[in-house]
Design a protein around this ligand. Structure first.
Ligand code: XUL
Ligand code: CO
Length: 437
C-alpha cells in the first residue's frame, strides 16, 4: 500500500508525560472507565467532508491546501484517489468510525442516474476499505445544499420536483448507508429554512419536511435498514432561519408530526452556540427527552458569529459533554464525530493529525474528569439535596398528582409563608468542578 502520510505512524497512547505531539496523552482506547473501555465510550469518528474535501477555501479566498493526492485530478478520478487516503488516515489515527455525505465521496453527475452510478463505484471502494481496516460507518447522509437546484431547500422547496429529486437522492443515500452497514443516518437541515418570510409559506414547508422524513422512515423499513435516524439542529447558516433550529425546536417538530419514535438528535457544539445555547444545554434538552443520539464534536469561536467548525480543545467543554453523555446512559448507536476542520492556514496533511489527536485527547480527558466527578458524588448529591423537598410531604404529593390549587391554597393559608430557600451555591459548584479539571 502506498503511503500518503509517510511521516506519520500509527498514533499510540504514550501517556501524559510524552512530548511526542503525535501521540495520545490521554486517549488510551483499552483503558476501562466506568466498566467500559474508552473506545466504546467515545466511539470516535472522522468525517469525509472536511478531512478529504476541505481545501481551506472561504468566502474571501480560494483553496490554500491542495493535497498531494488531489493535484491534477478532478471528478470521479479525484473521488477514487481520496478513498484509500481517507482510510489510511483513519487507520493511523485509530478512529473506529467515519461519516460521509453522498456528494463528498462521489461527485455530482449530469443526471441523477449518473450520480448514482458514480456513487456506486465509490461505495464499492469504501466497502472494500471497511473490510480491510474494520473501520465502520457511523452514519451516512445526503448533501442537499450545494447544488443550485436546492437553492430554496430540498424537502421545503416551493418546487415540488426539487422535493422529488431530494427524495430520490435520500433514497439512494439510505441504500448505500445500508449497504455499508451504517449504524445511523443523519438529516441536517441544509437549506431547509428561509431567507425571508415575505415569500415563505412556513406551515406548508414544515408539513413537507415532515412528509419527507416519514417517507424516509417508510423506505428504511421497506429495505430493512435498522440504523438510527438523527436530526442535527442548527439555527442559521446558510439560511437566516433553519427549521431544525435547536434541540427543543427539533423535538417539538418531531412530536408534532409523530416522528419522535424514529429519530434521535445529533448535536453539534458550534450549532448550539450559534443558537445562543451551550452544548451542555443542548445535551440536557435531548437527554431529558430520551433523544440524545450522537454528537458532532467541534467548537466555534465565540468572537466570530459563524460556524467555524474548529477542533474541540477546551477541557471544560468536553467535561460537560461527557458528563451529559454518561448521565444519559452513554452513546449507543452514536459517536463523537469530528465535524471539524483545520484552519485555512494549517496547510500540511500532518495538521489533520494534530487536529484530531488533540480533539481525541480533549474528549478522553473530558471522559476521565466526568467519571471522577460522578465517582466523587458531591455534585450529584448537591443537586439531589436541592430537590429534597419533593421527596416527602407536599412535594411528593404534588408529584403524585394528589394535590390541587384548592388544597395547596389551604396549606399555604395555614402556613402563611413557604419554607425558607437555601443557597444555589453556584460558585461553590464551579469551584468543585475545577477541583477535577
Ligand atoms: C453543517 C453540518 C453538516 C452535517 C452533516 O453545519 O454540521 O456537515 O453534520 O450534513
Ligand atoms: Co455537523
Amino acid at each position: 500500500m502506498s503511503e500518503h502520510f509517510p511521516n506519520v505512524t500509527k498514533i499510540a497512547y504514550e501517556g501524559p508525560k510524552s512530548r511526542n505531539p503525535l501521540s495520545f496523552k490521554h486517549y488510551n482506547p483499552d483503558e476501562i472507565v466506568e466498566g467500559r473501555p474508552m473506545r466504546e465510550h467515545l466511539r470516535f469518528s472522522g468525517v469525509y467532508w472536511h478531512t478529504m474535501c476541505g481545501q481551506g477555501a472561504d468566502m474571501f479566498g480560494g483553496p490554500t491546501a491542495i493535497r498531494p493526492w488531489d493535484t491534477g485530478r478532478s471528478g470521479l478520478d479525484l473521488a477514487k484517489a481520496r478513498v484509500p487516503v481517507f482510510f489510511e488516515f483513519c487507520e493511523k489515527l485509530g478512529v473506529p468510525f467515519y461519516a460521509f455525505h453522498d456528494r463528498d465521496v462521489a461527485p455530482h453527475g449530469q443526471t441523477l442516474r449518473e450520480s448514482n452510478e458514480w456513487l456506486d463505484t465509490i461505495v464499492a471502494m469504501l466497502k472494500a476499505q471497511q473490510e480491510r481496516t474494520g473501520i465502520k460507518l457511523l452514519w451516512g447522509t445526503a448533501q442537499l445544499f450545494v447544488h443550485p437546484r436546492y437553492m430554496h431547500g430540498a424537502a421545503t422547496s416551493p418546487n415540488a420536483e426539487v422535493f422529488a429529486f431530494g427524495a430520490a437522492q435520500v433514497k439512494k443515500a439510505i441504500e448505500v448507508t445500508h449497504e455499508l452497514g451504517g449504524e445511523g443516518y443523519t438529516f441536517w437541515g441544509g437549506r431547509e429554512g428561509y431567507s425571508t418570510l415575505w415569500n415563505t409559506d412556513m406551515k406548508r414547508e414544515l408539513e413537507h419536511l415532515a412528509r419527507f422524513l416519514h417517507l424516509a422512515v417508510d423506505y428504511a423499513k421497506e429495505i430493512g435498514f435498522k440504523g438510527q435516524f438523527y436530526i442535527e439542529p442548527k439555527p442559521k447558516e446558510p439560511t437566516k432561519h433553519q427549521y431544525d433550529s435547536d434541540a427543543a425546536a427539533c423535538l417539538n417538530f418531531l412530536r408534532e408530526f409523530d416522528l419522535l419514535p424514529h429519530f434521535k438528535l445529533n448535536l453539534e457544539t458550534n450549532h448550539a452556540t450559534l443558537a445562543g445555547h451551550s452544548m451542555q444545554h443542548e445535551i440536557e434538552v435531548a437527554g431529558a427527552a430520551g433523544a440524545l443520539g450522537s454528537i458532532d464534536a467541534n467548537t466555534g469561536d465565540l468572537l466570530l458569529g459563524w460556524d467555524t467548525d474548529q477542533f474541540p480543545t477546551d477541557i471544560y467543554l468536553t467535561t460537560q459533554c461527557m458528563l451529559g453523555i454518561l448521565k444519559y446512559g452513554g452513546l449507543t448507536t452514536g459517536g463523537v464525530n469530528f465535524d471539524s476542520k483545520v484552519r485555512r492556514e494549517s496547510i500540511d496533511p500532518e495538521d489533520l493529525f494534530h487536529a484530531h489527536v488533540g480533539g481525541m485527547d480533549a474528549f478522553a480527558r473530558g471522559l476521565k474528569i466526568a467519571s471522577a466527578i460522578r465517582a466523587d458524588g458531591r455534585l450529584d448529591g448537591f443537586v439531589k439535596q436541592r430537590y429534597a423537598s419533593w421527596e416527602s410531604g407536599v412535594g411528593a404529593r404534588i408529584e403524585a398528582g394528589k394535590e390541587s390549587f384548592r388544597s395547596l391554597e389551604t396549606l399555604m393559608l395555614e402556613k402563611g409563608e413557604a419554607a425558607a430557600n437555601s443557597s444555589g451555591r453556584q460558585e461553590f459548584l464551579e469551584n468543585l468542578i475545577n477541583e477535577f479539571i
